[in-house]
Design a binder for this molecule. Structure first.
Ligand code: SAH
Length: 357
């Protein structure tokens, strides 16, 4: 018996460790436990309409007979979670800090005209050491379970204003998805499932720092689009900022994408390119980027660096960013500038570092 905690917390924690996660339970398995597909739908409807999102399963819910619900409560649990903080930026971006079974994570809701985006963390901390990313400074805590990734979407969508529902999911929060690929692919499968949450396959993007074995597997087995954080146009420059480039150089990464394109997967390839003043922002870089992407149907997203304390890197002036975009664009490659969202609450790309509200 654990005397340090109220009994319900301790037993909840034990249950969460030993049972299936309700947020990662496939609809078919849910139906089996409940004895009918209709009840499985009722549970999903309940889960996706609860405000606030529950932290434990109640004694009863509407639309599901007591016996079936009891079986479900015996076999599954919600991920153990609690909200640590919620920060709102002037542009409507919301950053959530959550504790999931002792690990701290951050999730970002980014509102947009019709379809808002939820930026999900795949690890608490990160297993990679990119020299420009605030998450790298906190180190790696632990892998997140698929149910904990789905939970992040669940929480963010539950608070999304009705006119801007959360219909896009990007695995671009804390962590390297390819270092936790089984769980990420499972989370993607759950997010796609009808009738709920039914995020469209075309509205999920998994972003990677370039972990080649994971990329290859994801392209063969996973669903959703792929974003590759390229960030440099030579291996020497990339290695200086992303040490794992030593194992998986630029040419091999782009070849994996080309191979997928030849297979006709119909996926989008987003190439993320963070711009740093005096590092990778020259016109020669822009031209090299065009050459590298030759024959690949890619969309380039330019992300002016989001600064954070203790890091010397700086974004280029806007005129340099525009010029870079123009050169890439005139080389025949689609290229957008991604405006930082929620920068003042440290919710923008690369700023997630477990700072408390
Ligand atoms: N590990 C994954 C996902 C997390 S990083 C990946 O590397 O893709 C998500 C995106 O934020 C990546 O494109 C990364 O290059 C970018 N990023 C990281 N730090 C940044 C910073 N300080 N400013 C702007 N973008 C940053």
């Amino acid at each position: 018996m654990d005397h340090d905690y109220p009994r319900s917390r301790a037993s909840q924690a034990r249950q969460a460790m030993t049972t299936l996660s309700l947020t990662d339970l496939p609809l078919a398995a849910l139906g089996e436990i409940l004895g009918s597909r209709t009840r499985a739908h009722a549970v999903r409807r309940w889960l996706y309409s609860c405000i606030p999102v529950p932290t434990y399963l109640p004694d009863r819910i509407d639309g599901v007979a007591a016996a079936g619900w009891e079986r479900l409560r015996a076999a599954t649990a919600l991920p153990q979670w609690r909200l640590l903080g919620r920060q709102l930026a002037v542009d409507g971006t919301v950053k959530y800090s959550m504790d999931v079974a002792g690990a701290t994570i951050e999730t970002v809701f980014i509102p947009a005209a019709a379809r808002s985006t939820v930026c999900v963390s795949s690890q608490s901390g990160c297993s990679r050491s990119c020299g420009f990313c605030a998450t790298a400074t906190v180190g790696f805590h632990r892998q997140l379970k698929a149910g904990e990734m789905v939970l992040q979407y669940l929480v963010a969508q539950s608070e999304a204003p009705a006119h801007v529902p959360a219909r896009n999911v990007v695995f671009m929060g804390m962590g390297e998805p390819m270092d936790n690929l089984d769980e990420v692919m499972s989370a993607v499968d759950r997010l796609l499932e009808p009738p709920l949450p039914r995020v469209g396959a075309g509205h999920i993007t998994v972003s990677t720092a370039g972990v080649l074995p994971g990329i290859k597997r994801f392209l063969r087995e996973g669903r959703g689009h792929l974003a590759l954080s390229l960030n440099a146009t030579t291996d020497a420059a990339r290695e200086a900022l992303m040490p794992h480039n030593r194992n998986w150089p630029i040419g091999d990464l782009l070849e994996a994408l080309r191979e997928d394109q030849r297979r006709g997967s119909g996926r989008y390839y987003f190439v993320e390119y963070v711009l740093w003043e005096g590092v990778n922002d020259s016109e020669a870089d822009a031209r090299r980027l065009v050459t590298l992407l030759d024959g690949l149907d890619a969309h380039v997203n330019l992300i002016p660096h989001n600064p954070f304390e203790g890091n010397p890197l700086r974004p280029p002036p806007p005129s340099v960013v525009s010029r870079f975009q123009a050169v890439v664009h005139s080389g025949g490659v689609r290229c957008l500038i991604r405006q930082p969202r929620g920068q003042e609450i440290a919710a923008a790309c690369g700023q997630l570092a477990l700072r408390r509200a």
